[in-house]
Design a binder for this molecule. Structure first.
Ligand code: SAH
Length: 207
């Protein structure tokens, strides 16, 4: 999967490719889908949600440039897969998941697999991780109408935030915000399709 679907499509950061090889994606999907876990597409994880396509996880992690000292915040933990890969690159990962059953399953799975530098909280991640200080990297794994102000506020100096922004079920653009000494810089990383970010600074629950 890593050679033919991720490296071949242009992700070349050796640390990201190594981390993608280390984390067993089949352990993060329902057991009846485990045979297809190495195909490069999203898969259903229950509650109407999906585990992201591996190429997109790799692309986001490469764009975030996670270093070994970095504190990482992920919004939209889902199965816990992207948080697990990020935990192989950074020092600590804090992950927020809105749906209680998914948060609980991700927490149990990550503990069972030994990812002991990942903490999962249930809640609305559009408010970030209150009281957690600033994060070097913020990954948002669901698409919102704009980057939530609380997340920008929790981005450390030199920090990178990667998030899909756009329509609820229409065109979305993956963007990267970097907090530089001169202010925020935004780069566009291409068109993507994510499930919606639902919450106070996201989309409404049932619109
Ligand atoms: N990174 C996940 C992908 C999960 S899909 C993985 O590797 O498996 C996106 C997830 O974002 C869904 O589980 C959805 O429930 C969650 N989500 C949507 N809005 C959210 C919010 N405001 N706060 C936290 N999680 C949210």
């Amino acid at each position: 999967m890593v050679e033919t679907q991720i490296a071949a499509r242009g992700v070349c950061d050796p640390g990201v490719l190594r981390a993608m090889r280390e984390v067993p994606r089949e352990a993060f999907v329902p057991s009846h889908l485990a045979d297809g876990a190495h195909v490069d597409r999203p898969l259903a994880i229950g509650e109407g949600q999906t585990i992201s396509q591996p190429f997109i996880v790799a692309l986001m992690l490469e764009a975030a440039g996670i270093g070994p000292q970095d504190r990482v915040l992920e919004i939209g933990a889902g199965s816990g897969y992207a948080a697990a890969v990020a935990s192989r690159l950074g020092a600590q990962v804090c992950a927020v998941e809105r749906i209680g059953a998914l948060a609980e399953a991700a927490r149990e799975r990550l503990a069972r697999l030994g990812y002991d530098n990942v903490e999962v909280r249930q809640g609305d991640g559009t408010g970030g991780w209150p009281g957690g200080g600033a994060f070097d990297v913020i990954l948002v794994s669901a698409a919102g109408p704009e980057v939530p102000a609380a997340l920008v506020a929790q981005l450390a100096p030199g920090g990178r935030l990667v998030m899909p922004v756009g329509e609820r079920s229409g065109p979305q653009q993956l963007v990267r915000l970097c907090r530089t000494p001169d202010g925020l810089r935004q780069d566009d990383l291409g068109a993507v399709a994510f499930v919606p970010l639902i919450g106070a600074e996201g989309f409404a629950e049932d619109s």
